[in-house]
Write a protein that binds this ligand. Structure first.
Ligand code: SAM
Ligand code: SF4
Length: 333
């Protein structure tokens, strides 16, 4: 293996999140504006280029790759990329290939994902109520998502549910959702809404601190903190009554950047060294230039020099701070 990816704070990068498209078949109100302008297709990396990027990271010690978006499963032929990365898993060069999806296309792709070597996926689901789902995602697709989750489980995928906690939208439903997930053997992670991109709603209106959610949950459940760490920002508790795990991602109220092991690459080939910072390193030019291998390596080295110590998200009396101009669907959640 060539030189490992170690940043100037001594953190080793072993986890890559790749956004394969900025497009999506939902329009979640906290993630996208109703009228989104998507990138011209020529700006996107081809699937072969994305594979090339992934291989450059694998050669530098990345052991886990998560595909995200936008909605990764809406990208045409995305399964060819999943299959190619799955082959790296089968060859032992990668520990895991996984994805984060909204679930709408899982009925179609669950079996193929398994065939490609995917073992676990995250499905984002913020409500089990069809009317709230339709309002929140601006699309009436809850039944399709639930069928997708079932198809994934039937195909043998381990499914974790990610739920963004939203004030006045799903907050009273969260205890029931915990039960619903755990009864089916699915772990669940709750996420605080982050200030990413211009949307119609005010971020402060949406923001629900997970400390409050946890207090409410403790009226019905006994939560035992665990030492489980996945190198990410999630902190897990075991719910005694259900036996399942419940993760908490609290970027606004806490900061867990010291153990950060990840980088993000967008579908246009920009490396974002931090979800909550704007600095980026361009890989597309490197890939399309005259000496792509050298330029790619130089770009990865730059990313290591420039990876910041921490994000600037915060919550203050004046409102949400550290607002990022780009949408989550650009960087990939
Ligand atoms: N479309 C896929 C999905 O929804 O799972 C993958 C991309 S989506 C951007 C990844 C995750 O980011 C989802 O769990 C979504 O709920 C979350 N997300 C999007 N915008 C967010 C925001 N502003 N704050 C916190 N989480 C957000
Ligand atoms: Fe699409 Fe995922 Fe964003 Fe919802 S959160 S609009 S499903 S990219």
């Amino acid at each position: 293996m060539s030189q490992a990816l170690i940043d100037s704070f001594g953190r080793e990068i072993t986890y890559l999140r790749m956004s394969v498209t900025d497009r999506c078949d939902l329009r979640c109100t906290y993630c996208m504006a109703e009228q989104m302008t998507f990138l011209p297709r020529k700006e996107l990396l081809t699937l072969e280029e994305l594979e090339h990027v992934a291989e450059a990271f694998i050669a530098r010690g990345v052991r886990k790759i998560r595909l995200t978006g936008g909605e990764p499963l809406v990208r045409r032929n995305v399964m060819s990329l999943v299959r190619a990365l799955g082959d790296h898993v089968k060859a032992g060069a990668l520990d895991e290939i996984t994805l984060t999806t909204n679930g709408t296309l899982l009925s179609k792709y669950a079996q193929e994902l398994v065939d490609c070597g995917v073992k676990r996926i995250n499905v984002s689901l913020d409500t089990l109520k069809p009317d709230i789902f339709a309002q929140l995602s601006r699309r009436n697709m809850l039944p399709q998502v639930l069928r997708g989750i079932e198809a994934a489980r039937q195909a043998g995928l381990k499914v974790k549910i990610n739920t963004v906690a939203l004030k006045g939208v799903n907050e009273t439903e969260i205890p029931d959702m915990v039960r619903w997930c755990h009864d089916q053997g699915m772990d669940m992670t709750l996420i605080e809404v982050m200030p990413m991109g211009e949307i119609e709603a005010d971020r402060y209106d949406q923001y629900l601190p997970l400390s409050a959610v946890r207090d409410a949950l403790e009226a019905s459940y006994t939560l035992q903190d665990t030492a489980i760490r996945t190198g990410g920002p999630s902190r897990y508790a075991r719910v005694q009554e259900t036996g399942g795990l419940l993760g908490f991602i609290t970027p606004l109220t806490n900061n867990f950047c010291a153990g950060c092991n990840r980088l993000r690459v967008t579908c246009t080939g920009q490396i974002y060294m931090c979800l909550g910072q704007s600095d980026r390193v361009d890989l597309r030019e490197a890939l399309r230039g005259e000496k792509p291998e050298e330029a790619l390596q130089a770009a990865l080295d730059q990313a290591m020099i420039r990876k910041p110590e921490k994000h600037d998200f915060g919550i203050a009396a004046s409102g949400v701070t550290g607002v990022m101009p780009r949408h989550m669907s650009v960087t990939g959640g």
